[in-house]
Design a protein around this ligand. Structure first.
Ligand SMILES: Cc1cc2nc3c(=O)[nH]c(=O)nc-3n(C[C@H](O)[C@H](O)[C@H](O)COP(=O)(O)OP(=O)(O)OC[C@H]3O[C@@H](n4cnc5c(N)ncnc54)[C@H](O)[C@@H]3O)c2cc1C
Length: 381
């Protein structure tokens, strides 16, 4: 049985190798439009490739897969993150888990995965045709029994996800480089909110909390031309009464001190100075804060509003939100409903995750599901 795989990226290679393992006699060809395959794997995770996540602490897949969570939940029964972990280790790629649950090759080098994939494709006699772009997948159907489309994110079919926010505020930008470890960021007027570390940059805001929020709000922000309000809770505490008590206690214990010299929620002094400046309180002492100013201070700490004025000037989009609609494919096999024998896996599907190894996990899982669908098709009587 002949299988063509269009796209020599993470999903394409993983599908090819697993299909070869399931069907040792399969004739498999990967078509890659670029001169070298696996380019994204190579540059991913800063060259270290955050290849999966333990999913420890993930209580709802919707939080890590804003699009495609239900399908991923079902597919994990077939090929879970733990299966991926075991797969790599049993194929000669020892892995390591970071404290944030992100999984990387122990070698801290994406080439560990590329070398594994190249070794396995050679071992199974999988053909790799580089510099060979394929136009219409069905054009290959006369020569192949099955086509797997793994062409990755298609910007024309979706919108970017995982980007940082431009915020035109020179005083904020002067705080660049400051990381606030525990922030809640949200888009007022929507239910979109994310938590995590925030990094102030010279163009606005970045860091895991912003990338996560950009993923949740990818379509909303695209529809609003990347202009939207943004609320930051610098304390990471959701209950404003708790914040009120913390602030009141700090003010009481430090009555004679200048506000700028106080330490609240471990906010770095430059940032604290900037925040106080927004309220015109930089010259005040703690004892000079009246009840009105206290309310404004609490509101600033928990609901500090900004205007997102665009995406960052850099091309830091990691994934595309959008792709082949899940309604157009069989939900158990990922086969096209319109054209049998054409399958889809990886980022070409309308499935995408937040940062942390979730996108590669989607590629491994969907590629495995397709390999299994094709191999079981063969074993049918
Ligand atoms: C800078 C960067 C860093 C990232 N880091 C991480 C990370 O650490 N962890 C994580 O989980 N995710 C990360 N991602 C996301 C991750 O790389 C993708 O989700 C993943 O590569 C998707 O795999 P894929 O095989 O579906 O697509 P791709 O890896 O994009 O592969 C698609 C392949 O298809 C080829 N192709 C496209 N069209 C055709 C055609 N018509 N004919 C033939 N070939 C074609 C492309 O050239 C490409 O080689 C990162 C992304 C970027 C951009």
């Amino acid at each position: 049985m002949k299988t063509a795989i269009i796209g020599g990226g993470a999903a394409g290679f993983f599908c090819a190798i697993n299909l070869a393992e399931m069907m040792p006699k399969a004739d498999i060809t990967i078509f890659e439009r670029q001169a070298r395959p696996l380019r994204k794997v190579e540059i991913s995770g800063g060259g270290r490739c955050n290849c999966t996540n333990t999913f420890e602490g993930v209580t709802d897949l919707q939080h890590v897969y804003p699009r495609g969570a239900r399908l991923m939940g079902r597919f994990f029964r077939q090929f879970s993150p733990q299966d991926a972990y075991r797969w790599f280790e049993s194929h000669g790629v020892p892995l390591t888990v970071q404290p944030d649950q992100c999984v990387f090759p122990a070698a801290q080098d994406s080439h560990a995965i590329i070398d594994c994939f190249m070794r396995e494709t050679r071992r199974h006699g999988i053909h790799i045709m580089t510099s060979t772009p394929i136009g219409e997948p069905s054009s290959l159907l006369p020569d192949f029994d099955n086509i797997v489309v793994t062409t990755g994110g298609q910007p024309k079919m979706g919108v970017p996800s995982l980007f940082t926010f431009r915020i035109d505020d020179t005083a904020l930008q002067a705080c660049m480089g400051i990381v606030v470890p525990d922030v809640i960021a949200s888009i007022p007027g929507t239910k979109m909110r994310a938590t995590g570390p925030l990094l102030i940059t010279h163009w606005g805001m970045s860091g895991p909390v912003i990338l996560r929020l950009s993923s949740y709000a990818a379509r909303h922000l695209a529809e609003h031309n990347y202009t939207a309000p943004l609320a930051i809770n610098w304390t990471g505490v959701t209950d404003t009464e708790v914040v009120r008590k913390d602030v009141e206690d700090t003010l009481l214990q430090n009555k004679s001190r200048q506000l700028v010299n106080l330490k609240l929620y471990n906010l770095q002094s430059h940032l604290w100075h900037y925040l106080l400046g927004k309220l015109g309180l930089t010259e005040r002492r703690a004892s000079e804060v009246g009840s009105k100013q206290l309310n404004r201070l609490i509101n600033l700490l928990t609901n500090d509003t900004y205007t997102i004025s665009g995406r960052s000037p850099y091309r830091d989009e990691f994934v595309t939100c959008g792709g082949i609609p899940l309604t157009e494919i069989e939900p158990t096999t990922l086969e096209s409903r319109a054209t049998p024998h054409i399958y889809y896996a990886g980022e070409v599907l309308d499935i995408d995750g937040i940062t942390g190894g979730f996108n590669f996990q989607a590629a491994w899982t969907t590629a495995y599901v397709v390999a299994q669908a094709i191999s079981s098709q063969q074993t049918k009587p």
